[in-house]
Design a protein around this ligand. Structure first.
Ligand code: EPU
Length: 312
């Protein structure tokens, strides 16, 4: 689909019964064949809506490739999304799950989005509050699931950016490259993020995967304290509702890291990434995910929740 009028016409004529939208498809697992029409979003364009001395308000259409938008901004010197470099998928999918990485989430520079209401066939605007962003969450994954088509996203970017280099290895990678972390440009931070991602996360074009398959679970403080007695090395990140623990660690402790089951497996460098070695069917990946959920539940009494969108 290259324009919304094609979709509107089809909806008006009631020609569409069972359909779904696909951006890049990088965060979707088809556990079964989809019995309906899959509409591939190809609506492209990036434009400055408004700017002042400090900021640029940039509108990107939903079929744009997310990383292309990051590169566009980095090359212009506009900061805000450089830590989200190399995340697969499209601009339209970004607010759907409030993409996040290396200490930054989309919501940090999100202004608003335009969405097409599939029932009324009208456009509606959603500001940050209306999107109800959470950790890999938004209203479009929950209450409004399947009711809207995200058409464009507007971000506020900083012309005099302050970099965010606190997460994980970013500082070390900069130092290794002879760059003083505090003086790093957004391009250098973007390159550091690309280096980290490339070293841990398999390229989906080379080895099928959807990034993190599960969310990092948030458990109660009591539960965490109990686990800490048995597993003193467990990491925990305090949150308002409890403690977030790394799903990758839980999966690794259950012996899944690097394990291959038929044509599927947990990645050797990042246990949270489930991979397809080439010929696995969606249902086989699904089965592996269920087996992992079961063993983590048995060992830690924690129920992992998939981060990818499961179809079927
Ligand atoms: N760890 C392990 N075993 C592993 C990998 C990691 O024990 O195999 C532990 C380490 O202790 C590490 C901790 O897990 O300190 C966290 O690992 P990492 O920094 O790689 O991050 P993550 O929590 O596994 C999250 C996001 C990623 C994002 C990275 C960096 C989720 C579900 N995943 O992964 O997002 O790139 O942080 O910010 O929140 C994605 O959503 O698809 C995705 C790749």
């Amino acid at each position: 689909m290259n324009s919304l009028s094609q979709l509107k016409q089809a909806l008006l004529e009631n020609r569409l019964e069972h359909f779904m939208f696909l951006g890049g498809g990088s965060n979707v697992l088809f556990a079964k064949d989809y019995n309906g029409l899959i509409i591939k979003n190809n609506i492209k364009g990036i434009q400055v809506e408004h700017e002042d001395i400090e900021s640029v308000y940039l509108k990107a259409y939903s079929g744009e490739v997310w990383h292309d938008l990051v590169v566009y901004c980095v090359n212009k010197g506009w900061g805000g999304i450089e830590n989200l470099s190399l995340i697969p998928g499209t601009v339209g999918a970004a607010p759907m799950q409030n993409i996040g990485a290396y200490g930054v989430e989309l919501e940090n520079c999100f202004v608003e989005l335009e969405a097409f209401n599939l029932r009324t066939l009208e456009f509606e605007k959603f500001n940050k509050q209306a999107c109800a962003f959470g950790y890999r969450e938004s209203v479009f994954k929950r209450q409004l699931k399947g009711q809207y088509f995200i058409y464009s996203v507007t971000l506020k970017l900083n012309k005099h950016p302050k970099t965010n280099i606190e997460y994980g290895d970013i500082k070390q990678i900069l130092l290794d490259a002879g760059i003083q972390p505090e003086n790093a440009s957004i391009k250098e931070v973007s390159n550091a993020v690309i280096a980290i991602r490339s070293s841990k996360l398999p390229n989906p074009k080379e080895l099928g995967n959807s990034g993190s398959f599960f969310k990092n679970p948030v458990i109660s403080v009591d539960h965490f304290e109990q686990l800490k007695i048995r597993y003193p090395e467990i990491k925990g990140f305090p949150q308002s509702q409890g403690v977030k623990v790394p799903a990758a660690w839980l999966i690794e402790q259950c012996g899944w890291k690097g394990k291959r089951v038929g044509e599927t497996g947990s990645h050797a460098k990042q246990a949270l990434v489930l991979v397809n070695y080439g010929h696995a069917k969606g249902e086989e990946i699904y089965q592996l995910a269920m087996d992992i959920i079961k063993s983590v539940k048995e060992k830690f009494s924690i129920t992992l929740e998939p981060e990818v969108n499961l179809i079927g």
